[in-house]
Design a protein around this ligand. Structure first.
Ligand SMILES: Nc1nc2c(ncn2[C@@H]2O[C@H](COP(=O)(O)OP(=O)(O)OP(=O)(O)O)[C@@H](O)[C@H]2O)c(=O)[nH]1
Ligand SMILES: [Mg+2]
Length: 309
């Protein structure tokens, strides 16, 4: 679902633009929805909670409006220092937004983190729109109940029922947002879909493959950085990335038996990066043990997070 045919013709009339933040509990489908609305993958998605760690902006052009979506980390009760940074960043992302989309996983319903988010939203002044996501999994009766409960708790301008996965309801949401944003010039060139530098997106893609392959706590103890990016004369690119883990035992798991795990991660990541760049990619992954990288301010800077003292 892209609006490419419409954006190919220059819009007539006044342009509109603005920032739309997505807030919600971990795993509600925020990144999936941003990718769907932008029409390309700008933010990584996994079945695990706490996938998104920093603010990711995805840019959609719809009718005469440029909508800058702010994907945020899921909001939950923080335990570690990194959690605190992620949650603070998520609420911070909402502060600068013209409109806030509050995502609720309709299958999960309103409990735990989602209930706590609704409670705190009462103090947030910006216009809020309720998005019930994953409607492909839920019967209409439950959706009506959720709509009523959420609208009793918080004043929402509108409620949309969508499936970020199938695209159902997403065009209506784009239509609404394109009209809802204020008149103003566009912030980004018409063909730009993200503000994430390619080096960082490439690191994120490797982190996604790591999350998809590894289990339990390990993904949350790991972090990926792109260290080298070299365009070669033959038109291909050589990329070196480091996977940071906290313990030697974790390094062994990332490498896998005879290096087969890291090879599979590298292969999946390389293929996806090559597809985005439309270039041949040579990807080299290294695993480094750095105890307490979760307490190292430099790592936070790399991720675009503030370091919570
Ligand atoms: N069935 C169904 N699954 C969905 C839908 N949207 C997202 N998902 C799945 O939900 C899981 C989490 O999606 P994400 O987009 O990573 O969720 P998120 O809110 O960004 O999660 P965090 O970054 O961890 O806060 C993935 O397995 C998605 O495929 C949907 O509309 N329907
Ligand atoms: Mg996410």
């Amino acid at each position: 679902m892209t609006d490419a045919p419409e954006t190919a013709t220059p819009a007539t009339g006044a342009t509109r633009s603005g920032f739309v933040a997505l807030l919600g509990a971990p795993n509600a489908g925020k990144s999936t929805l941003v990718n769907r609305l932008v029409g390309a993958k700008v933010s990584i998605v996994t079945h695990k909670v706490q996938t998104t760690r920093a603010i990711v902006r995805g840019i959609a052009t719809h009718d005469n409006a440029q909508i800058v979506f702010i994907d945020t980390p899921g909001i939950f009760k923080p335990k570690r220092r990194l959690d605190t940074a992620m949650v603070t960043t998520a609420w911070g992302g909402a502060r600068d937004a013209d409109v806030i989309l509050v995502l609720i996983d309709a299958e999960r319903g309103i409990k735990g983190d989602a209930a706590a988010i609704l409670e705190r939203l009462k103090d947030v002044r910006q216009p809020k729109v309720l998005i019930l996501n994953k409607v492909d999994r839920v019967d209409p009766e439950k959706l009506l109940k959720l709509t009523a409960t959420a609208n009793e708790a918080v004043e929402f301008e509108r409620t949309f029922m969508v499936s970020a996965l199938t695209g159902s309801g997403c065009k209506d949401l784009l239509d609404f947002l394109a009209k809802r944003l204020p008149e103003g010039p566009w912030y980004y060139p018409e063909d730009q879909i993200s503000d994430l530098p390619m080096r960082q997106l490439a690191a994120e893609i490797t982190r996604e493959k790591l999350y998809l392959r590894l289990h339990q706590e390990l993904p949350y103890s790991s972090h990926v950085e792109t260290e080298k990016w070299e365009e070669l004369p033959n038109g291909s690119v050589r990329i070196e990335q480091v996977i940071f883990v906290e313990r030697d035992s974790q390094k062994k798991i990332v490498l896998g038996h005879k290096g087969e795990t890291i090879r599979a991660i590298g292969q999946a990541s390389r293929m996806e990066i090559a597809g985005i760049l439309e270039q041949k990619v040579h990807l080299f992954l290294f695993v480094k043990v750095r105890e307490n990288w979760g307490d190292d301010p430099e790592r936070y800077r790399e991720m675009g997070l503030d370091f919570p003292h």
